[in-house]
Design a protein around this ligand. Structure first.
Ligand code: ADP
Ligand code: ZN
Length: 730
């Protein structure tokens, strides 16, 4: 054939409009057109597609591109058809979405030799009729895109990818080019082995993205921080990733309420909405897209200025690929991830019940993520090391750890203490429990095991529980401790840990961070400002006012406002009803009914003490109205039996009651009398009601059950408690 470099350059210009190749593109293409296998490792945005698109256009025959992303095939095919106008047969895709007529068209073009590029999903490749068809045509080469899907160590393993080699053998031999942006040595060798291309030339670009800034933040008040960040970068495009659809919806809405142009994107939206939202982002009608990982594969928006991970991803590969979508144009990009150990525990929970091998891999990948997040080393160095690349500088100048080094200390004694403790106990316990023992913090669990009588109890009381949690996490990361996922995270000591205990060596640990605590995503009404740390003087004034009022109204203080509500007031100094409603547990009814005096007191206090209220940006919260909640509220308005409501949303009665509690406790008033009258005796209702009105010291269900005794049914007590709160407190 004799394709020369000059040929390639002229085709590059003709088809793609580029004057020069990027990175190794030319070398890779020359290698492939010379009839050789190539293994291409390039970071996202490196220009992988061109490595097979261009040779496909210049070589004899049809190139088969195996790609897992059915959704993107059409885009790719359209793009190629755009380069060579008037010849739509030049590129096709073959997947389950095609009609019979469309499949026939593909067939005709393939057999006539018009088609230079055929995209196939691996599922379609394995179909006998497709194999038969491909056997009849001349194949220029095979491209395996997203080749990490072959490896169980990649983040989106596809079992059918493992069969590619045998199918290639069956269809007919031709050079193979495999491409991926995931380049850990493990994944790399897996791919090469499985594709039978261990002798292939490997083209590995540097994975360093010097224009990206990496930062991990403690997930303490992520919503507020995100709003602040986005507002400080007006007009810039950004992607925010969340792990769940629910969170995506919630966050997109919250951003909207706070004046940020944002839309959600996740697999649960219908195709039309998804396409519209994506287009609006690409066309810059909106600035921010809030998405699950489904978003971003194959979309090419060069000027994404920030990628925020609301939840830490489950592997470094995912993290790197997603952050890679920032700054493709070479200009700056900020990559900020929020991390809390709670999220890791959630991810671990997802793995329970999966096959052991998969669990082991998932656990390993997670552990690497924890290590990365908690590390005090240069993030860039860690990332590149992870991908088997050496980063020679000591300070990259563009990551949080380089810009703001964390305090470290020699933690050998602390680690030894933890290991000794774990070894001393016949049973295994979880991180928090161990940390409580060492810090000398007692609770019911500690007491029930009599661990407050251990010599270890309080042995490290000069440090906080959080500190000890951090030490234990770092012990896991260093493989001195092991954590069992199946048993919800029981900690044991590894061989390396025992060795360490026998002969402790210097161990640089990071001082405590806010890792132990994290925002609980399941919290209802996420308060605009986090609890604790309020104005103590104001708080005690608010409490005094509450006692006065409660005496006057003959109501228990908690019925007016809970402690949490008062604490929130002492932090955010609300002076209007709207502001008051952003405080935890304060709904419309409560604000109106009991709020006036509190607002007056706060306003006076603020003025007299010349307090600057945190009104730089008060995060407006969204009325929590997940689909289920809206449905429940509407159903109760329509007086449907609870049993029917529960079954309509696929929940049991307990779960339904939890949902209703959440609705009511965040301040919404419901009228459930119709149901109570139906299922309960009036006398019983009265008894329970008067307990809450006259005796209860809090809304605690446990306390109520204890006080009322075994004659009362817990479900009924819950019902009346709801009624009571709706009528009196809300
Ligand atoms: P990857 O698949 O590796 O993430 P893409 O193939 O999507 O990367 O390419 C990333 C961007 O680089 C695209 O916008 C593409 O048009 C551009 N690109 C690719 N090759 C060249 C080149 N030789 N010159 C200029 N831009 C290029
Ligand atoms: Zn750095």
């Amino acid at each position: 054939m004799g394709i020369t470099s000059a040929d390639l350059h002229s085709k590059l210009k003709e088809f793609f409009g580029f004057d020069t190749f990027k990175g190794d593109q030319e070398k890779i293409i020359m290698h492939l057109v010379g009839g050789n296998d190539a293994f291409v490792l390039m970071p996202t945005g490196g220009g992988k597609s061109l490595c097979y698109q261009l040779p496909a256009l210049v070589m004899d025959g049809t190139a088969i591109v195996i790609s897992p992303l059915i959704a993107l095939m059409k885009n790719q095919v359209d793009a190629i058809r755009g380069f060579v106008s008037g010849n739509d047969g030049i590129a096709h895709f073959l997947n389950s979405s095609l009609s019979k007529a469309q499949t026939n068209e593909v067939r005709t073009d393939l057999l006539s030799g018009a088609t230079k590029l055929l995209y196939v999903a691996p599922e379609s490749l394995t179909k006998p009729e497709n194999i038969a068809l491909l056997k009849e045509i001349k194949i220029s080469f095979y491209a395996v895109d997203e080749a990490h899907c072959i490896s169980e160590w990649g983040h989106d393993f596809r079992p059918e990818y493992r069969r590619i080699r045998s199918i290639i053998e069956e269809i007919g031999k031709a050079p193979v080019i495999a491409l991926t942006a995931t380049a850990t040595p493990k994944v790399q060798s897996d791919i090469q082995k499985n594709l039978g291309m261990t002798d292939a030339k490997v083209f590995k670009s540097s994975f360093n993205r010097p224009n990206l800034y990496y930062e991990i933040r403690d997930k303490v008040d992520p919503k507020r921080e995100i709003i602040k960040f986005v507002k400080q970068h007006p007009g810039e495009s950004g992607i925010i990733y969340c792990l769940s659809r629910k969170k995506v919806e919630e966050l997109a809405e919250l951003l909207g309420v706070n004046g940020i142009k944002a839309l959600p994107y996740h697999a649960g939206l219908d195709a039309k909405t998804r396409a519209e939202n994506q287009d609006k982002f690409l066309m810059e009608e909106i600035d921010v897209i809030v998405a699950t990982i489904a978003f971003g594969m194959g979309i090419d928006k060069p000027d994404v200025r920030f990628v925020i991970h609301y939840d830490i991803p489950k592997s470094i590969e995912s993290y790197y690929q997603e952050t890679g979508r920032a700054g493709r144009d070479g200009r700056g990009g900020s990559c900020i991830a929020f991390y809390s150990y709670k999220d890791i525990q959630k991810l671990e929970k997802f793995m329970q019940g999966k096959p052991v091998a998969e669990q082991e891999i998932g656990k390993q990948l997670l552990l690497e993520t924890v290590a990365y997040a908690e590390s005090n080393q240069c993030r860039r160095k860690l990332l590149l090391n992870y991908f088997g690349e050496d980063y020679p500088e000591d300070n990259c100048g563009a990551c949080d750890n380089c810009l703001h080094p964390k305090k470290k200390f020699d933690g050998r004694e602390e680690m030894a203490l933890v290991i000794e403790l774990v070894e001393s106990m016949p049973e295994h316990f979880k991180t928090e429990h161990l940390a409580n023992i060492l810090a000398g913090t007692s609770n019911a669990m500690i007491k029930s095991y009599r661990h407050d009588e251990l010599e270890f109890f309080g042995a490290g009381k000069e440090h906080s529980v959080r500190f000890w949690c951090a030490v234990i996490h770092q012990g896991i990361v260093l493989h001195l401790l092991d954590k069992d996922i199946e048993s919800y995270g029981l900690i044991s000591v590894t061989d390396a840990g025992r060795k360490f205990l026998a002969e402790p060596y210097a161990l640089m640990l990071t001082e405590e961070r806010d890792f132990a605590e994290g925002e609980d995503d399941d919290d209802e009404a996420s308060s605009p400002v986090r609890g604790g740390g309020g104005d103590p003087v104001l708080l005690s004034m608010l409490k005094d006012l509450r006692s006065d009022l409660s005496r006057k109204l003959h109501l228990q203080p908690w019925i007016l406002f809970s402690d949490a509500s008062l604490e929130d007031m002492s932090i955010s100094y609300p002076v209007t009803f709207d502001e008051l409603k952003t405080c935890q547990g304060v709904g419309e009814g409560k604000a109106k009914k009991y709020g006036k005096e509190f607002l007056e007191l706060i306003a006076k206090y603020v003025e007299e003490n010349e307090i600057e209220r945190p009104d730089d940006f008060v995060v407006k919260s969204v009325v929590n109205k997940s689909a289920d909640k809206v449905f429940i509220i509407q159903s109760i308005d329509r007086k449907l039996p609870f049993e029917d409501i529960a079954s309509a949303i696929g929940k049991d009665m307990d779960e339904l009651m939890d949902e209703i509690d959440a609705i009511v406790f965040s301040g919404t008033r419901l009228n459930i009398d119709y149901y109570i009258n139906q299922v309960m005796d009036d006398d019983v209702v009265d008894d329970i009601y008067s307990y809450f009105k006259e005796d209860a010291e809090s809304d605690s269900l446990d306390a109520a059950m204890e006080e009322l005794g075994p004659d009362y049914d817990e479900f009924e007590v819950r019902l009346v408690r709801l009624k009571f709160i709706c009528e009196v407190a809300n």
